[in-house]
Design a protein around this ligand. Structure first.
Ligand code: G3H
Ligand code: ZN
Length: 292
């Protein structure tokens, strides 16, 4: 099977993006995997620090590897928004395929310093892996604060949404050697009640042409379809969605409990929640992969 690095390159060549979806439990993994399998497209499962603590770091690695190897399906695991070198290291050590050091809220210099530390560590692990070349680890970094938390927000959080400057992106990538970059290009984490700003796809294209590495779009929930398609055409290779999945799960679960007050079997109660996740992921994957 191709590596995630190769799938990302292929996505760029095809003018599509790989969907990245967060999970907090096994049901979400099932819903996401079913959707990706149905469409036969690669997919990335994300775990933020909180999600990782809840699911279990080693357990998550085990589940994803099992599906990938036994089912021969391109599903990969990302340590999403990890805020320290120690947390990134722990995820690398456990076997994650890709990791994100999120220093968006730090000074430029501090962000460069810790990102570089993460990149160096990933390279060291890859070099010392035996047989050599068997393990590939991608390191992503964030430049430009787009708020935090995949939740429902009344307004754009204070200090978020200042767009990344092309020159900063260039310096950052040169100084860190990072594999992928998530710039601030208009999206905000979470669902904003007053609506999200448009994605500045001209800026995406300028950053992409300048840095030359894959770009990642965070804060995908609630964006308009044309924002996604324009962003992909401009050079986005991976798109993150979380809040929409959480909301779909939450609504379906609450309805299932209300409709079946005497039901006590978890897999029966939870089935509509899995289906709701599958539905939303399927529609996003179709859009990202240009499928009808
Ligand atoms: O890393 C996760 C995402 O960027 C999710 O953003 O909650 O707005 O979909 P979202
Ligand atoms: Zn994110």
């Amino acid at each position: 099977m191709k590596s995630l690095r190769e799938y990302i390159k292929e996505a760029g060549e095809k003018g599509v993006a790989i969907g990245h979806f967060n999970i907090s439990n096994l049901e979400a993994l099932h819903g996401i995997y079913q959707a990706a399998k149905k469409l036969n497209v690669p997919v990335i499962i994300g775990l933020s620090e909180g999600e990782e603590d809840f699911v279990g770091r080693e357990e998550a690695v085990g589940m994803i590897r099992e599906i990938r190897e036994k089912e021969n399906f391109p599903i990969f695991l990302n340590a999403d928004h990890h805020y320290s070198f120690e947390r990134v290291k722990a995820s690398i050590d456990s076997g994650f395929d890709t990791v994100i050091f999120d220093g968006a809220n730090l000074s430029f210099e501090e962000n460069v310093k810790v990102t570089k530390q993460c990149v160096d560590y990933a390279h060291e692990v890859m070099k010392n892996n035996s047989p050599a070349g068997e393990r590939d680890i991608l390191v992503e970094a964030e430049l430009g604060y787009i708020g935090s938390g995949s939740n429902i927000k009344d307004t754009i959080p204070e200090g978020a949404g200042i767009l990344t400057k092309v020159a900063d992106a260039k310096n950052f990538v040169e100084q860190t050697g990072v594999d992928m970059l998530a710039p601030s290009v208009g999206s905000i984490h979470g669902l904003i009640k007053s609506g999200k700003p448009h994605i500045d796809s001209a800026l995406v294209a300028e950053i992409k042409n300048t840095v030359g590495i894959p770009l990642v779009l965070h804060g995908g929930s609630g964006l308009r379809d044309e924002d996604f398609t324009n962003a992909i055409s401009a050079g986005i290779s991976i798109i993150h969605i979380n809040t929409e999945i959480r909301l779909a799960y939450d609504e379906a679960l609450k309805k299932s409990l209300a409709d079946n007050p005497n039901e006590t079997t978890p897999y029966k109660i939870l089935e509509p929640a899995v289906e709701a996740i599958e539905k939303i992921v399927e529609s996003r994957l179709k859009l990202f992969n240009n499928l009808k």
